[in-house]
Design a protein around this ligand. Structure first.
Ligand SMILES: [Zn+2]
Length: 228
């Protein structure tokens, strides 16, 4: 667009009037809304300049993603970019059972299988599950069909070097990430925070959004951040 050769990250908001475009490069941050173009350097943006305008034109998550990339520590990401999606990886569920009053629940967190059955907690590696199965008491409680579903999920994930693009909704489900930034929404009346973190294995960049309330439930969502 400007002829700059450096890597850029951009966010588009085509549904507002005028549409919004946020571009982040090593040279600075540019917010465009129709004829209105505002530009600040990365350090000014990290210090709060243009933050309210980005929040108004986009959303909290976009603001936190851009702030993460404006950190001094993110210079390498801006210079080299980040990986695109892994195509064709299976989307695998991470939570099984559970719910109010349930006798059992099982989570896949990173490369471990954790859970509880009839108040007995367990936490085993993928390898342990595939070699030895779930603890006997847990297997009996879950039943053959559920054990087979969980085992199949672990079989699909085991050969992969990392959990990117396999349907993780939380940072714990992904495992092996390094956080760049975490921000709580300043005006939310429920818990609402966004963490931007990089996969330690492949370098992919993700934002993890959590909203909700411990009395009801949480909504968790992952979004890949890509460089253009
Ligand atoms: Zn990865």
């Amino acid at each position: 667009m400007t002829g700059d050769a450096d890597t850029r990250f951009e966010w588009k908001q085509p549904y507002t009037q005028p549409p919004g475009l946020l571009v982040l490069q090593a040279s600075g941050v540019t917010l465009t809304r129709g004829d209105d173009v505002q530009r600040v350097c990365a350090a000014e943006f990290a210090a709060g300049a243009l933050n309210d305008e980005v929040l108004a034109a986009f959303d909290f998550r976009t603001l936190v993603e851009a702030l993460a990339l404006a950190l001094p520590a993110s210079v390498a990401l801006l210079e080299r970019g980040v990986p695109a999606a892994n195509v064709g990886r299976p989307r695998v569920p991470r939570v099984f059972g559970g719910g109010r009053g349930a006798a059992w629940v099982v989570f896949i967190l990173g490369r471990r299988v954790s859970g509880r059955a009839l108040d007995q907690p367990f936490d085993i590696s993928f390898e342990e599950l595939l070699q030895l199965g779930l603890p006997a008491a847990a297997s009996a409680c879950l039943g053959e069909e559920q054990v087979a579903t969980i085992t199949r999920a672990v079989q699909q994930l085991t050969p992969l070097p990392c959990m990117c693009d396999t349907g993780c909704e939380t940072q714990d489900q992904h495992g092996r990430t390094t956080s760049l930034i975490r921000r709580d929404h300043p005006h939310a009346n429920v818990e609402f925070h966004v963490t931007v973190a990089q996969c330690d294995v492949c370098g992919s960049l993700w934002s993890w959004e959590v909203t909700g309330d411990s009395h009801y439930s949480y909504q968790c969502d992952a979004r890949r951040i890509v460089s253009a």
